[in-house]
Write a protein of this length. Structure first.
Length: 132
């Protein structure tokens, strides 16, 4: 939604080669416990996936063909994100997804959320999603 309204000189929606997305992912209860922005981080009061759900609905509108969305995600949301990307991949032929963890930055092409075994040392990951 942050990109809606950005238009070129001819009034067409601006599209990008790369989008970088690393939203707040803390639960409201955790924020309140830490006394940090209680109630403002997760608008739906849910599990912290709100911004990802919105992003998944819209990201392809803002990418050029062959463009990549770089998504920073905490480990507790990663499997849910991969499941959602798998569903999008069923409808979008040629969608490519790669994962780099926060320690090794090694790309792994596997999109199987059930195969993810993250340790506490892997607190976040970078997911690259390239559209055809």
């Amino acid at each position: 939604e942050a990109y809606k309204g950005l238009a070129d000189a001819d009034g067409r929606q601006v599209r990008f080669k790369h989008l970088y997305f690393f939203p707040p992912q803390i639960q409201v209860s955790a924020a309140a416990a830490q006394q940090k922005l209680a109630g403002t981080i997760v608008p739906d009061g849910g599990d912290g996936f709100f911004f990802f759900a919105r992003f998944l609905e819209e990201f392809r509108e803002y990418l050029l063909p062959g463009g990549t969305a770089w998504i920073g995600i905490d480990d507790r949301h990663e499997a849910k994100l991969f499941r959602a990307l798998r569903e999008i991949g069923k409808a979008v032929e040629g969608l490519q997804v790669k994962r780099w963890d926060s320690r090794y930055m090694e790309g792994t092409p596997d999109m199987d959320p059930d195969a993810l075994e993250l340790s506490e040392d892997q607190a976040s990951a970078l997911i690259a999603v390239t559209v055809p």
